[in-house]
Design a protein around this ligand. Structure first.
Ligand SMILES: C[S@@+](CC[C@H](N)C(=O)[O-])C[C@H]1O[C@@H](n2cnc3c(N)ncnc32)[C@H](O)[C@@H]1O
Length: 461
């Protein structure tokens, strides 16, 4: 599906009426909300305005949208309601409204409802769109970073945090459809900034069915109502009462499932014999990674073939190999020029002359490596190397895949396998020890505990 430029820059996914109705009814019936004022800051064609007119018959309702045609459409449909005089719809840019001035005219309980734009600041940069909060702030990032803690952010995330500011000294509820990841980030920020001022609930929704969007989405509710639980309840959907888990903060972390975390947290600890490491870092794969081709020659990333000694060449498994369980054979070899960080590399000349000449021949590329970690280090240095790299048995997991798949990596042709710097691993002298630790890592308590801390993790089928 090709998105039109405007649909994209305005993050325009209009909410179907039945979803807006169901979400609004839930606010009244289950959350007992009865607002004096309902605000829909980006109301589009008005699904949440219509639902609010039906559910909150006596409330004052105000909707805004930047798109004049949508505002007209919303007005037209709303005029058919018997209590239509309660609703006002205006064409306005969210970022141009003086919200403090606007809100100063109202007292009582506020409900901020709706479905803010589904677009990120970096998408807007690509589109050269001005649909952003204060442009100067965005460009030098200070304002946004301060609010969201990140350079790239969802516009809805920024809006949600703004709505929460409106409720610092007023009572009310924010209830918005948004990405599940946005709700989690906002929950974390709100806890950091406002402590337990807001109670939080998340109702997962099927974004594919309602919006044709392949993203995890939810109806996110923040209320200033008094509450007993500081955790955020995550419900399976808007209709059933099924609670999936409680997101919350423990020991300085925001956790996906606080109950499971509490159950297993006695497993947390450190054993100095087993330290998770990341793999080799060399920042020059064109030179340092080679494939074995005909006649025992090795070919680098520039298709140049060399006859090299095998002393410094080790089988290499990359994140994609580990992520996909390709662990028994290797496609590539990596030049491991040091046994420990900072050790002298000139000894390669005596031990493996061809390898040394190969490195010299590619001196320009290797010396051009930008990272400051290579500064003032012996030529052709690498990082992420130590005694642990040369142990023959390893348990590895890729940092790129949303799955808790631990793999036993055994030596290939009797040589220890090296891993790239996006793989995490433990290393062992014996197969037995590695297998024992692997069985512990893959045990139910361990997986449940790890899963309780990680969002978006899919268990391997
Ligand atoms: C995801 S749609 C949802 C519309 C509506 N809330 C609903 O639930 O159907 C986002 C809406 O935000 C509007 N919008 C985007 N940027 C805006 C801005 N800066 N000010 C006001 N509205 C904006 C779009 O026109 C679009 O109607």
């Amino acid at each position: 599906m090709v998105k039109s430029l405007d649909k994209w820059q305005f993050g325009d996914f209009q909410t179907p009426n039945e979803l807006a109705k169901c979400a609004t009814r839930l606010l009244r019936k289950k959350h007992g909300i009865s607002p004096d004022l309902v605000i829909e800051p980006t109301c589009g064609k008005g699904a949440f305005l219509r639902a609010s007119l039906s559910e909150f018959e006596c409330s004052k309702i105000i909707g805004f949208d930047i798109n004049e045609k949508y505002v007209e459409k919303a007005k037209e449909t709303l005029s058919k309601y018997p209590n239509s005089e309660n609703v006002t719809v205006l064409t306005e840019d969210f970022f141009g409204i003086d919200w403090d001035f606007f809100l100063a005219n109202f007292s009582g309980y506020i409900l901020v409802i709706g479905n803010p734009p589904w677009v990120t600041s970096s998408e807007l940069s690509i589109l050269n769109s001005k649909n952003l909060p204060s442009k100067s702030n965005f460009q030098n990032r200070r304002g946004i970073d301060a609010i969201t803690g990140s350079g790239n952010f969802d516009i809805s995330e920024w809006m949600l945090l703004k709505h929460a500011e409106w409720l610092t000294k007023r009572e009310g509820t924010i209830a918005l459809l948004c990405k599940y990841s946005v709700a989690r980030k906002v929950f974390r920020q709100i806890r950091k900034r406002s402590g337990n001022r807001f109670s939080a609930s998340i109702y997962l929704i099927d974004a594919k069915a309602f919006f044709g969007a392949s993203v995890e989405a939810c109806f996110f509710i923040l209320s200033t109502n008094s509450h007993t639980n500081s955790d955020c309840v995550v419900y399976k959907d808007l209709i059933s009462d099924q609670i999936l888990y409680l997101i919350g903060e423990r020991d300085g972390f925001i956790l996906k499932d606080t109950a499971k975390y509490e159950k297993w947290k006695h497993l947390l600890g450190q054993d100095m014999r087993y330290t998770w490491r990341s793999g080799i870092k060399h920042d020059c794969s064109k030179v340092m990674e080679l494939e074995q081709v005909e006649n025992g020659l090795f070919q680098n990333g520039m298709h140049q073939k060399y006859s090299l000694e095998t002393d410094y060449l080790y089988p290499l498994l990359k994140s994609s190999d580990i992520g996909n369980g390709r662990i028994n054979t290797c496609r590539k070899f990596v030049l491991v020029t040091q046994k420990t960080i900072g050790s002298d590399t000139s000894i390669i000349k005596d031990k493996a002359l061809n390898t040394w000449q190969y490195l010299l021949e590619h001196d320009v590329l290797l010396s051009r490596r930008k990272s400051s970690i290579y500064k003032d280090k012996p030529p052709y240095s690498i990082f992420g190397v130590g005694e642990y790299s040369f142990k023959k048995w390893k348990i590895a997991i890729s940092g790129f895949y949303k799955r808790l798949n631990f793999w036993l990596v055994k030596p290939i042709d009797n040589k220890p396998v090296m891993l790239d710097d996006t793989v995490n691993f433990l290393s062992f002298d014996t197969e037995n020890e590695a297998n024992f630790i692997l069985s512990l890592l893959n045990s139910k308590p361990s997986l449940e505990f790890l899963e309780s801390m990680i969002f978006g993790m899919k268990k391997d089928q």
